[in-house]
Design a protein around this ligand. Sequence first.
Ligand SMILES: Cc1cc2nc3c(=O)[nH]c(=O)nc-3n(C[C@H](O)[C@H](O)[C@H](O)COP(=O)(O)O)c2cc1C
Length: 199
Amino acid sequence: MTVPFAPAPVDVRSQSRYPRQAAGDHQPNSEGAVLEQGFIPDASNSRAFRDALGQFATGITLVTIASESGPMGFVANSFSGLSLDPPLVLWSPARSSSRFGHFANAAHFSVHILRDDAKDWIARFGRLGAGFDGVPHVFTPEGTPVLNGALARLDCALHDTHDGGDHLIIVGRVLRCHSNAGQPLVFSQGKYGRFQQQP
Ligand SMILES: Cc1cc2nc3c(=O)[nH]c(=O)nc-3n(C[C@H](O)[C@H](O)[C@H](O)COP(=O)(O)O)c2cc1C
C-alpha cells in the first residue's frame, strides 16, 4: 500500500541546531496552518524541556513521613489523584534527592495539599529549611507526623512503586482523608499564585 504525501525519512538527531526540530508535518494544511515546531528532549535542552513541563499548572503538596531521623517533609508538585476505588494517589520523588531513601521506603506517608496562605511551608521544608523543628505537629494513628491547616490531607499506606526514570512513582492507598475550607496554592511557570475562577 502506498501512503500519499508521506514525508521523506529524516534523521532529526543529525540536525544539531538548538532547539532541535522534531520530524513532523511541515506542509501547510488546507487552512495554511503548519505544525508548531518542537524539539526532541535530550541532555542538551533539559532547561527547555523543564520549562515546557512547567507550563502545566499544579497545586503544591507537602509529603510527610516518620523516619529514623525523625519527622520529615518533602515539597512536591508531582502529586496526582489516581483511583477512586480503590482510593489511590501518587507522587514522585527524584532519585537524586538526599532524602530519597527515606521517602521511597516509608510504609506510610501523608500528603498535605497546600492552602494559598501556606507558601512559607515551602521554604521551611526545602533543602535549607527547619523542617518540623519548632512547628507544632501531631501524629496519625500510623505514626505519620502531620500539620494541621492544609487544604486537604491524605493519610496513605504504601501501595506500590513504579520506575519513573530519574524519579520513582510512589502509589499510596488512602486510609483517611481530611478537607478544610479555603483556596489552593497554585504553581506554574516556576511561580506561585492563586486560583482565579473564570466567569
Ligand atoms: C514547588 C515545588 C515542587 C517540587 N516538586 C517536586 C517533586 O514533585 N518531586 C521531587 O523530587 N522534587 C520536587 N521538588 C524539589 C524537592 O522539594 C526538594 O527540594 C529537592 O528534591 C531536593 O531534595 P533534597 O534536599 O532532599 O536533596 C519541588 C520543589 C518545589 C519548590
